[in-house]
Design a protein around this ligand. Structure first.
Ligand SMILES: [Zn+2]
Length: 236
């Protein structure tokens, strides 16, 4: 694709793309915007065609809206596999996690991979358990990293001409921090990441508190990836 152009006008997904400003705000790991945004891809069987669209919260959470829309619009053939990828600004809450598991158990030919830019109320034990249950039921849940942000920018955003490569370059440390916290959730460890909002200047801050269990259970490369943690020296 020529780099001096925006998305091709022949692109069938053009009208379904979101605006750069929306993407920038919704998916910023430092933003604590309440409304959630979902960008999704659906692939059927062995076809290489990928269907893309986006969704938002309404009276319902965006995950429930997706399930309702998807099940009402699609005719499922159990012998045709369906791969769904979600890029979510917030991870699913425990109620949505439960609904997703229900949806997947009714449609065994569907596989779901979820990338999230932030963990939703991650200190809440029910939300933590909900994510664990989701992962244990076979759903892949990962924190969005640079390649995913880049992918979303190129495929879901109506980026300005010449700015194909210019996704909003969020600080990588936030991606690493959330990845670390997701590990805590998966391993049933206590939270180590606390997010704080300083209201006056709208700065989002974090505090990292590690206990012995974190050092013992979390792979060192995940801890070191944040660039903020020094591993304790073990003397033999
Ligand atoms: Zn929810």
């Amino acid at each position: 694709m020529a780099s001096d152009k925006g998305p091709s006008t022949g692109d069938a997904t053009l009208r379904r793309r979101i605006e750069p400003r929306e993407f920038e705000v919704f998916f910023d790991p430092r933003e604590l915007r309440k409304e959630a945004c979902l960008l999704y891809e659906i692939k059927w069987g062995t076809s290489h065609r990928i269907w893309r669209n986006s969704g938002r919260n309404t009276a319902n959470h965006v995950e429930l809206n997706f399930i309702e829309k998807f099940t009402s619009e699609r005719h499922f053939c159990p012998s045709v596999s369906c791969s769904i990828t979600w890029f979510l600004s917030w991870s699913p809450c425990w109620e949505c996690s439960k609904a997703i598991r229900g949806f997947l158990s009714q449609h065994p030919s569907v596989t779901l991979v979820i990338y999230v830019s932030r963990l939703f109320w991650h200190l809440d034990q029910q939300n933590r358990q909900g994510l664990r249950d989701l992962i244990n039921s076979g759903v892949t849940v990962q924190i969005m990293r640079v390649p995913e942000y880049d992918h979303c920018w190129r495929n879901f955003v109506n980026y300005p001409p010449g700015e194909e490569d210019h996704w909003p370059r969020y600080p990588v440390v936030w991606m690493k921090l959330y990845a670390l916290e997701l590990h805590c959730i998966i391993l049933s460890l206590p939270p180590c990441l606390k997010i704080l909002r300083r209201c006056q200047n709208q700065l989002t801050l974090f505090r990292l508190t590690l206990q012995n269990c974190h050092y013992q259970m979390i792979p060192p490369h995940i801890l070191l990836a944040t660039g903020l943690i020094q591993l304790p020296v073990t003397w033999r």
